[in-house]
Write a protein that binds this ligand. Structure first.
Ligand SMILES: [Cu+2]
Length: 117
């Protein structure tokens, strides 16, 4: 059921009948996986290998609690996204996202990092 909902959302994002060159990969993020940093950057940036749809982004703390993000993914496909981050207290965090490839498949991704304070 969830898959169907994603497929419908993806279909509405597909503006052109793109060739079936499918999935993008993460090319760069401004926070490295498993990084420990003194403080969070003002913005989390993720760059993909090609334009992709972005369905959602979540930030959770070490206890799995959601940390509110003031961000709405754009309706258009893009190769990079900049997500404003709130001030974060020391601790471990996960920023996770789900992209929608041109073929409609959802692809999860995440970066885990720690704020040392
Ligand atoms: Cu696919």
């Amino acid at each position: 059921m969830k898959h169907l909902a994603i497929a419908i959302a993806a279909a509405s994002m597909m503006l052109t009948a793109a060739p079936a060159l499918a999935h993008t990969r993460v090319r760069e993020t401004n926070i490295a996986e498993n990084a420990t940093i003194a403080q969070a950057p003002a913005t989390f940036t993720v760059v993909f290998s090609a334009a992709t749809g972005l369905a959602n982004v979540t930030l959770t703390d070490a206890g799995g609690r959601a940390v509110a993000l003031n961000y709405t993914p754009p309706r258009e496909m893009a190769a990079s996204f900049a997500i404003p981050l709130p001030a974060l207290t020391p601790g471990a965090y996960t920023i996770a996202w789900r992209t929608i490839a041109r073929d409609g498949h959802a692809m999860p991704g995440a970066i885990h990092f720690t704020i040392s304070g």
